[in-house]
Design a protein around this ligand. Structure first.
Ligand code: SF4
Length: 474
């Protein structure tokens, strides 16, 4: 379908567009004003007219919520659908109960608020409130003052690029030589900016460290040693509560690399299968098998890691409940310490989205929610299977976020055994602490005491990043 949203003025574009897209994920949705002549005269299968009333600046939120409520009811009647997260878009679902709980509301009041004000389903409302309560309990023991921060270091290389990837990552095979130049720039940036942070009165050590990407373990043993040694030399990690390396891809593991991580105090890693079905792994462009994941996991346990996370994705090409059950059965047998369940997001910049668009160019009538004949299906039932498996492993949900264009309009949820929750994930989601981020595409976030947040993002392109760092600090 070709759907238009026509407004009387240029306002609330993002929120209204996201809400309509949630009802029609695979359709073309355009938003425009009466004055936008080109778009306003195009023929549409469905055109929604929205009248934005005049309002004072402090009425903006109420007006926006009112419009979204009306639109949600209208589209609900039209499609016969109810969305699991109701009209929530552009906000992390846990934010609302976090705020209400901080103001003294009970959990029951928070659940009712989400259901009545935002049309969130009862199940998802309970999930959001359970997570918010748990986050609050975990954060009670974490220093959150202005001088505190967490550290993020980006390694933009992977063994191969996954079909759905939109992270800033390049295949290490092609960038082997550049990786050393990248580390030179990254270490220079960390040294120089750290000196500046100390002058500003920031703490000499981060609350948590997260090395992500990309796949940091795509670096060679020597490169990994160099990076971790530099982090340990620059920062005081004596009081750091958590040190994560997103090892991620089983095809990047070796015993020597794991020993480098252990030697430098890394106490949490991820071994991310995404799926335990070899055919799906091939389709999504991974160069490892399910068997490799088992080997990597065992290797990590043998190396002494006591906090191992596994990531899985629901909605991968061709996977339904049966495939999800199979993946969960293998994960349960391994018994990791945490499980992060993602809903596949089909993002514009991914190869997956490009391929879907190409399919449509070749065949006008092609099903828009399908990739090369494979379904891309996620459902509340599949999410339930994952949640039930996590709870059977003694885990509880502890963080949650949503992205645009997620299959089934669902969510990503992190489950963990008590005490094995990833603090960095909570801090970054709830935006309660500054993140000092280093490397290409890394996003530094300054959180001020009055709640103000400033962000700055480094150059995504690795060559440009290297050049800029040398221009700024040499
Ligand atoms: S492992 Fe992650 S970062 Fe690397 S290509 Fe796949 S999705 Fe992208």
């Amino acid at each position: 379908m070709n759907i238009g949203i026509r407004l009387n003025q240029d306002d609330f574009f993002y929120d209204l567009h996201s809400l309509v897209k949630s009802f029609f994920p695979d359709d073309d949705v355009s938003i425009y004003t009466d004055d936008d002549a080109g778009k306003a005269v195009l023929p549409r299968d469905l055109e929604i007219l929205v009248e934005v009333p005049a309002y004072l600046p402090d009425e903006r939120k109420a007006v926006k919520d009112g419009l979204k409520r009306e639109l949600y009811r209208l589209l609900g009647d039209y499609t016969g659908k109810e969305l699991p997260w109701g009209m929530l878009s552009g906000i992390r679902p846990t934010r609302i109960p976090m705020k209400l709980l901080a103001e003294g509301s009970t959990e029951e009041v928070c659940v009712r608020h989400l259901m009545e004000e935002a049309f969130v389903s009862e199940k998802k409302a309970h999930l959001a409130v359970e997570i918010a309560s748990r986050e609050r309990r975990i954060l009670e023991h974490v220093p959150l003052g202005r001088k505190e921060y967490s550290l993020y270091v980006h390694v933009p290389f992977c063994p191969s690029i996954c079909l759905y990837c939109t992270f800033s990552s390049s295949p290490i095979g092609l960038w082997k030589k550049k990786a050393d130049a990248y580390l030179d720039a990254l270490i220079l940036e960390m040294e120089r900016r750290y000196a500046g942070m100390l002058q500003e009165g920031r703490s000499p050590g981060p609350v948590s460290v997260y090395i992500g990407g990309g796949t940091p373990t795509s670096l060679s043993v020597e490169q990994l040693e160099r990076l971790l040694a530099a982090i340990g030399r620059i920062w005081d990690l004596g009081s750091t509560l958590e040190y994560t390396v997103e090892a991620g891809r089983p095809d990047s593991f070796s015993e020597e690399k794991l020993m480098v991580l252990r030697r430098h105090g890394v106490n949490r890693i991820s071994v991310n299968p995404q799926t335990m079905n070899d055919e799906t792994l091939r389709i999504i462009g991974r160069q490892h098998s399910a068997e490799d994941t088992l080997r990597a996991y065992e290797m990590a346990r043998r190396a002494g890691f006591e906090n191992i996370n596994m990531d899985m994705i629901l909605g991968l090409p061709g996977e339904g409940a049966e495939e999800v059950r199979r993946t969960l059965a293998v994960i349960e047998a391994l018994a990791p310490d945490s499980l992060t369940v993602h809903s596949l997001a089909v993002k514009r910049a991914s190869r997956l989205k490009q391929n879907i668009l190409e399919d449509r160019e070749q065949d006008e009538g092609a099903d828009r929610g399908v990739f090369r004949g494979y379904s891309l299906e996620n459902s509340p039932e599949m999410m339930d299977l994952a949640e039930e498996a996590a709870r059977r492993m003694g885990m509880a949900p502890y963080y949650l976020y949503r992205q645009k264009n997620m299959r089934g309009n669902l969510e990503n949820t992190g489950f963990a055994r008590p005490g094995r929750e990833c603090l960095y994930n909570i801090l970054i989601m709830e935006e309660l602490q500054s993140i000092a981020a280093f490397g290409a595409a890394a996003s530094t976030k300054e959180v001020y005491e009055d709640g103000r947040i400033e962000r700055s993002i480094a150059a995504k392109d690795v060559n440009l990043y290297i050049q800029r760092i040398h221009n700024s600090f040499d």
